[in-house]
Write a new protein. Structure first.
Ligand SMILES: [Fe+2]
Ligand SMILES: [Fe+2]
Length: 304
């Protein structure tokens, strides 16, 4: 059973990672909708602000409490995040709360931190607030997705990418439910690897599809990652529980490689050296998702 320090740390780390991911999904939706849908742009903006509010609170509570590994993994913020936000704000006019990013960049891990029962209760309530916000967010994304599918609205993202944002939201929500039931986060490792392999493969496809047609070399790299993760996804689905370590090692190696590619791409986009319609925060966002997956894999590999 998950309790005390472990429950507090796992909850705070999960919310810091996915809370930001969800707030950024709202930003991506905002900049992808035509002005005709200003009602939806405003709805996304409100949800984004709700996430920013609860994230501020989470950062305050998490300072000192979270593990050093979660800070060092660059899954919460990367050295590119602040620049990416500034550029996206400048180019689109969308509002991004950068004080939150600055606060996240200053997060520390304190080995003498006191994990009290009252903090545990507080975190349990905080998780419930994220659950409520997530239910609202998933409902919003699903409404958009249905209308997009029926061609009642138009968006400047792929329909399958909107579906990808829903899948990530559902994965986060399910993880929150499991945490509240005090179930160990290392359970069902194969299911997690199936989820993340799919996500990594889709990122490679989206990068491929959003690059300028002149970026032929990058096309090939992105395509090869899409193929690699498709192969690994199939293999992971066919893996027997007793062979988890073998596939986890393979997934770890592939994710390390795609993380390098995403890091270089984010830097290239920020420096205006890559021609694409990928916004810099989206590039950094997919890099953080790879960093998170790497940490999940690394943590499991300790048992292998
Ligand atoms: Fe995402
Ligand atoms: Fe993603």
């Amino acid at each position: 059973m998950l309790e005390g320090k472990e429950f507090i740390q796992k909850s705070l780390e999960l919310n810091l990672f996915f809370g930001r991911i969800m707030k950024e999904h709202m930003t991506f939706i905002q900049v992808s909708l035509p002005i005709k849908n200003s009602n939806y742009i405003l709805e996304a903006d409100e949800l984004k602000r709700s996430f920013e509010g609860v994230l501020f609170e989470t950062v305050e509570v998490a300072n000192g409490a979270i593990a050093k590994e979660s800070i060092d993994s660059n899954e919460l913020v990367t050295p590119f995040t602040l620049d990416a936000e500034r550029i996206l704000e400048d180019l689109t006019g969308v509002c991004i709360n950068k004080d939150l990013t600055l606060a996240e960049l200053q997060l520390v891990s304190d080995p003498d931190f006191k994990f009290t029962p009252s903090l545990e209760n507080y975190v349990f309530d905080l998780n419930n607030r994220y659950i409520n916000l997530m239910q609202e967010t998933i409902d919003f994304k699903e409404r958009l997705s249905t209308q997009f599918r029926d061609c009642d609205i138009f968006m400047f993202i792929y329909p399958s990418m909107l579906h990808h944002l829903i899948e990530e939201g559902q994965f986060y929500l399910n993880t929150l439910f499991r945490l509240q039931e005090r179930r160990k986060i290392t359970e069902d490792m194969l299911k997690k690897e199936i989820f993340w392999d799919e996500i990594m493969g889709e990122h490679a496809q989206y990068i491929r599809g959003l690059l300028d047609p002149s970026e032929k070399k990058l096309f090939q790299v992105a395509d090869s990652f899409a193929e690699l993760f498709e192969k690994l996804l199939k293999e992971t689905k066919e893996t027997d529980k007793k062979d988890i370590c073998k596939i986890t090692k393979k997934n770890f190696q592939a994710t390390k490689e795609i993380k390098e590619f995403k890091g270089d791409s984010t830097e290239g986009i920020i420096q205006c050296k890559i021609k694409s319609i990928i916004n810099p925060l989206l590039a950094d966002h997919t890099l953080r998702e790879a960093n998170r997956y790497l940490r999940v894999l690394r943590e499991y590999l300790k048992k292998c």
